[in-house]
Design a protein around this ligand. Structure first.
Ligand code: SAH
Length: 225
């Protein structure tokens, strides 16, 4: 009997590296990394990350790394997706959420499981098409994707309970602060070389800003392509 070399084995849905067991190992690691929100962990366990990644890289889908998705962009590492979602949720059910930087749609799919309605903007058209396909496969029917520069948010749909930016901004855009509901939260990486994840909460009379941790995101760019 000819033996298959491990390198010739291709991961198929539900088998090997892409199986539920592999995802459970990812959940164990996320807990070790400090993620506590069971709603977020359950969404991370439910959404298969490998379908968002090219087949050649899918054996690495559940490693805690960001991976290329084409067009010089990346899919965020599972830890950062879980962490940003946990901060955004703050232990509460979210109604309307805006995401800026859909990419391949992985974070969007996680958001669709923790919020009633998700609007997401992406400036690169082929990525919008890719993300739409993935979100349709996963029946994320409460998501609306648009091909647009999201730097200024989406004022016609404001206010939002949560705004999550998944590309690094040079500063916190004023327009996004104005689009938060009272009690709403903005989670955004800020900085050019050294970046820090920021949380801005809109309270009745003021905005409260907290620096969370060092992160590494692709830059938030203007215009569409
Ligand atoms: N949320 C993704 C991460 C995508 S990487 C995930 O789950 O993995 C960040 C994305 O932000 C890229 O696809 C990039 O094209 C997009 N982006 C950068 N600037 C943008 C802008 N001004 N408006 C909308 N999308 C933007």
């Amino acid at each position: 009997m000819a033996l298959l070399k491990p390198t010739t084995l291709k991961p198929t849905t539900g088998i090997g590296m892409t199986s539920t067991r592999t995802r459970e190992r990812m959940l164990t690691r996320l807990r070790e990394q400090g993620i506590k929100d069971e709603v977020v962990l359950s969404a991370m366990g439910e959404i298969p990350r490998h379908i968002f990644i090219d087949e050649a890289l899918s054996t690495r889908a559940y490693e805690d790394v960001s991976l290329p998705i084409g067009y010089s962009q990346t899919i965020s590492q599972p830890y950062i997706v879980a962490r940003m979602t946990e901060i955004l949720r703050n232990g509460k059910q979210l109604n309307k959420v805006l995401e800026i930087g859909t990419g391949c749609g992985y974070q969007t799919a996680i958001l669709s499981r923790v919020a009633k309605e998700v609007l997401s903007l992406e400036r690169i058209r082929p990525l919008v098409m890719k993300a739409r396909g993935h979100l349709r496969t996963l029946k994320c029917n409460n998501v609306k994707l648009d091909h647009a520069d999201g730097s200024n948010g989406l004022s016609e749909f404001a206010p939002f309970d949560g705004i999550i930016v998944t590309a690094a901004a040079s500063h916190v855009p004023e327009e996004l602060l104005a689009q938060l509901a009272i009690g709403g939260r903005l989670v955004i990486p800020v900085g050019t070389n050294a970046q820090v994840l920021m949380l801005i909460e809109r309270q009745a009379k003021e905005y409260v800003q907290t620096k969370l941790e060092a992160v590494k995101f692709v830059p938030l760019l203007g215009g569409v392509s």
